[in-house]
Design a protein around this ligand. Structure first.
Ligand SMILES: [Cu+2]
Length: 113
């Protein structure tokens, strides 16, 4: 289920990336709500440092996320905690963050070979 959503949105992201990634990364919050289905997904490369099954969190060392945060190591909650089972320290991943209330949630994560 999650994989289907991921791949269809990923195609949308690829299309919008071609149209000009810089502009889309600066989409306003209002615009993002209006274009909910065509939500811009900003994939970030990272490395798994720690998997916390009890808290449902993964600690990621990641590259800069433009306009969101600099490169850092930080623990994030996963939207789909079942994905924790396929993550291990040392894994190279690509992930998408979404701000929810005052915290960031990993909505999509995939292993990078
Ligand atoms: Cu951070």
């Amino acid at each position: 289920m999650l994989h289907i959503i991921t791949s269809s949105l990923f195609l949308v992201m690829l299309a919008s990336t071609n149209a000009g990634a810089a502009e889309h990364q600066h989409m306003s919050h209002e615009a993002m709500q209006t274009a909910d289905v065509v939500k811009t997904m900003q994939w970030t490369d990272g490395e798994v440092k720690r998997v916390d099954h009890k808290k449902g969190k993964v600690t990621l060392h990641h590259a800069e996320i433009v306009d969101v945060m600099p490169a850092m190591t930080m623990a994030y909650r996963l939207k789909d905690t079942a994905a924790l089972k396929s993550l291990h320290a040392g894994d190279k991943v690509s992930f998408v963050l979404e701000k929810q209330d005052d915290a960031y949630l990993v909505t999509h994560i995939r292993l990078v070979k």
